[in-house]
Design a protein around this ligand. Structure first.
Ligand code: EPU
Length: 339
């Protein structure tokens, strides 16, 4: 266990906010976490890799971080394997492991920053796959009394970038392990955006058909992400700053009249429109307000040009939201958690 007072969170948030936690505690096991609970003082914030947070100020309570590690195949069910992973494992290390073993299901989620515990909180998603598609169960410890609870996927309330851990149970549980159901004979999902085109360019040809493998998919996703998304080590950011809004079919059709080239995805409850596209249309791509900017290659991402304050980021966020509202009459909302 590690425990520090007045601890800098600079290396624990990818936006690069130079804030401090009154107390920071990192635990290595469920037993250690249980032992800690009675000693916790003040408000508690559980973080993962800090890749989806914007700290507005110093944190006056205790920041908890899991260092529970381990990747273990715990069961095999016909065509699938169940893999139990410690919440503190780096997400992409787990993806790399799965691809190396030849297990399918998470390759489209390559290179997403953050840790395994957060994958179950945020329901991370990319290129046509969401964490909920592969999560079998989530083990967690209740922070008020140390009791363990195992959540089946259906109990986690998953939706687009949503879960019960972000809503009703926010701050109440610490996730300790996530068990994923992966395929022994991978069924690749290649239909999102330009994924298949990128693969076609790279993959081997057998006769006239390209051969795709897990490794090729992982590499293509890594290439696509690297081409569009800024590396937080070079330029502070928290990935997509906004969620993609879902609007009614009527509203979508009305906007499409003026913008026939608008990209969109049909979803259950309406039509999802990429917020990045709308921000781009508003002329914000690559523009700065103070030391905060809209990323030049993907307008969904706000970046810290160096030394930006949270106020500068929030001012940019509000200005962008206002402009999108004025032009499209659509409200967009941050995906990033403001602390
Ligand atoms: N677009 C623009 N201009 C931009 C950005 C996007 O015109 O500046 C257009 C693109 O050309 C494309 C459409 O908008 O037609 C969608 O763009 P993209 O495929 O890049 O995905 P996205 O909707 O912007 C979402 C996720 C990303 C994820 C990608 C790929 C959310 C909030 N974001 O972005 O997730 O990687 O799809 O699946 O759903 C993250 O959560 O941090 C993240 C990066």
């Amino acid at each position: 266990m590690k425990k520090y007072e007045n601890y800098s969170l600079l290396s624990h948030n990818t936006f690069g906010m130079d804030v401090k936690a009154k107390c920071y505690v990192e635990y290595d096991s469920e037993e250690e976490l249980r032992g800690l609970i009675p000693t916790l003082e003040g408000e508690v914030l559980h973080i993962g890799g800090g890749s989806n947070l914007l700290f507005k100020r110093d944190y006056e309570g205790t920041v908890l971080h899991s260092a529970i590690l381990g990747i273990e195949v715990v069961d095999e069910i016909v065509e699938d394997v169940l893999v139990r992973v410690g919440a503190g494992e780096v997400w992409d290390d787990f993806v790399a492991w799965a691809v190396e073993q030849g297990y399918g299901g998470v390759e489209n989620l390559s290179l997403i920053p953050g840790e395994v515990g957060a994958s179950a909180v945020q329901n991370i998603g990319a290129y046509g796959v969401e964490a909920k598609d592969v999560i079998a169960l989530v083990e967690a410890i209740e922070l008020s009394n140390g009791q363990k609870r195992v959540f089946g996927t259906e109990e986690c309330g998953y939706a687009y970038r949503q879960s019960i851990f972000k809503r009703n149970l926010k701050g109440k549980y610490a996730i300790t392990y996530v068990t994923y159901r992966l395929q022994k004979h991978p069924q690749l999902k290649l239909e999102y955006g330009n994924l298949r085109a990128v693969l076609d360019a790279d993959s081997l040809l057998v006769g006239d058909s390209p051969v795709y493998g897990l490794n090729a998919v992982r590499q293509a996703i890594i290439d696509i992400r690297n081409a569009k998304l800024p590396d937080p080590k070079m330029l502070g950011n928290a990935g997509s700053f906004f969620m993609n809004p879902v609007v009614s079919r009527e509203k979508f059709l009305a906007i499409q009249k003026d913008y026939p080239q608008m990209p969109f995805y049909e979803v259950e409850n309406g039509v999802k429109i990429p917020a990045g596209w709308m921000i781009d249309q508003c002329g914000w791509k690559g523009k700065a307000l103070g030391r905060a900017a809209v990323h030049e290659k993907q307008a969904l991402v706000l970046v810290n040009l160096g030394g930006a304050t949270s106020d500068e980021i929030i001012t940019l966020c509000n200005t962008v939201c206002k402009d999108v509202k004025e032009r499209f009459d659509i409200d967009i909302h941050p995906e990033v958690n403001f602390i």
